[in-house]
Write a protein that binds this ligand. Structure first.
Ligand SMILES: Cc1ncc(COP(=O)(O)O)c(C=O)c1O
Length: 427
């Protein structure tokens, strides 16, 4: 009989094992569509190429923008002799999470004053959504199927993110392709028909990918149905300040729902509004009916966080804590946000002007200026969008979405001309 050692030797010399055939049943996954677009853009040598795929702010020279306030805060942080690289607490830097809660819920929020908010620092907005999804699957007490209602369309990652924790996405109507605006009636009907206590994910501002937001009156109508049906509001806020240039204005829907005592949580990202994409700065805030509940919720967020990431990253949270808690830096940040939002708004206006007065492109283009935030749903169909990629070297997703942040005074005319040709079928 072979000795144990011989058995092991035979085992490790088995070519099937040594060649990694262990994983022979793992299928090849397709690359992420947005990252694939950027890779194609990067290798394209065409001089007029434009990247309208990725949702990241670019300045008027098409370059990433480090916000001046972030530069200032970084210098301040790094020159502090006490700066170190110790672990943060499991639920994050308290000076950051409390200031972040105030930013989204408002400085006078009754929920904060009553101690009803349980906050945890997360790996940016994605991590906030993930932690929230984990918390829901464990504690929400779904009676019946574990569903989350997502707008159709929504940020593509929402689908995978919920599926990964065992929550099944169900879509509600949101975008009306005929008006390029909100399908309010479809949305309300879906809320009415959803089982009571359904979890409804909403984007409080700058809806990704459509750029279509409900008006305040429409939010009120939606809140009414949500309250009547005892639904749970899951707000994913990745663009506060980025939509209108005003942090309070963009938080209106969230604050209205809190005021109306809708059971809810908020996921918050500082990737876009502070340009801290790679630093992964975000927070999850769960609003509870009372202080004692909030305390228990926070204890469970801590347990979940510990097993997921142990503790969150420090640098970006320290930067944001400095900016949010220092009056002067905070005012400067607000000015930087306005710079970004207003540049994007001016690009919307210029693209609209070129498509209408400039090229007299067939169709209606009002939605370009009506939509808000980082993205616009142009209305280009899949074939036209593909032609923009292949023929004009203007990189965009095939659902017709463009990132307005990729437009600047040097390329907007070329993009408009390409859209015009795509619409006319002459690209
Ligand atoms: C709607 C929405 N939620 C969440 C995120 C997550 O962003 P991040 O994880 O970079 O903060 C994004 C990013 O594009 C988004 O558009």
């Amino acid at each position: 009989m072979a000795s144990r050692l011989q058995q092991i030797q035979k085992h490790i010399s088995d070519p099937a094992i040594m060649s990694g055939e262990f994983w022979q049943d793992v299928p090849l996954a397709p690359p992420d569509s947005i990252f694939k677009l950027t890779a194609a853009y990067n290798t394209d040598s065409y001089p007029k190429k434009v990247n309208l795929g990725v949702g990241a702010y670019r300045d008027n020279d098409g370059k990433p923008w480090v916000l001046p306030v972030v530069k200032k805060a970084t210098e301040k942080l790094l020159s502090d002799p006490l700066y170190n690289h110790e672990y943060l607490p499991i639920t994050g830097l308290p000076e950051f999470t409390s200031a972040a809660a105030k930013l989204i819920l408002g400085p006078d929020s009754s929920a904060i004053a009553d101690g009803r908010v349980a906050s945890a620092q997360t790996i940016s907005g994605t991590g906030a959504c993930h932690l929230a999804a984990l918390f829901l699957i464990k504690f929400y007490g779904f009676n019946g199927p574990k569903h989350v209602f997502l707008s159709n369309p929504t940020w593509v990652n929402h689908h995978a993110l919920f599926k990964n924790v065992g929550i099944t996405p169900v879509e509600y109507p949101y975008y009306d392709p005929h008006t390029f605006g909100l399908d309010l009636q479809g949305f309300k009907t879906a809320l009415e028909n959803a089982p009571p206590r359904s979890v409804i994910l909403m984007h409080p501002c700058a809806h990704n990918p459509t750029g279509v937001d409900p008006t305040r009156e429409q939010w009120k109508e939606l809140a009414e149905v949500i309250i009547a049906k005892h639904h749970y509001a899951f707000f994913d806020c990745a663009y506060q300040g980025f939509a209108s240039g005003d942090l309070d204005n963009d938080a209106w829907a969230v604050r209205y729902f809190v005021e109306k005592k809708v059971p809810m949580l908020v996921c918050q990202s500082f990737a876009k509004n502070a340009g801290l994409y790679g630093e992964r700065v975000g927070a999850l805030h769960i609003i509870s009916p009372g202080q004692d509940t909030a305390h228990r919720v926070k204890s469970q967020l801590s347990v979940l966080q510990r097993s997921e990431i142990s503790t969150p990253p420090m640098h970006g949270a320290k930067l944001m804590a400095l900016i949010l808690n220092d009056k002067e830096l905070f005012e400067e940040w607000k000015r930087d946000i306005k710079t970004m939002a207003h540049r994007i708004i001016s690009m919307r206006e210029e693209l609209y002007r070129l498509l209408t007065e400039g090229f007299e492109t067939p169709g209606s283009w009002d939605h370009i200026t009506r939509q808000i935030g980082m993205f616009s749903f142009t209305g280009l169909n899949a074939a036209q969008s593909q032609a923009m990629n292949d023929k004009a070297h203007v990189y965009m997703t095939t659902n017709g979405r463009i990132s307005m942040a990729g437009l600047n005074t040097s390329n907007v005319r070329y993009v408009a001309e390409s859209v015009d040709k795509a619409v006319r079928g002459t690209l």
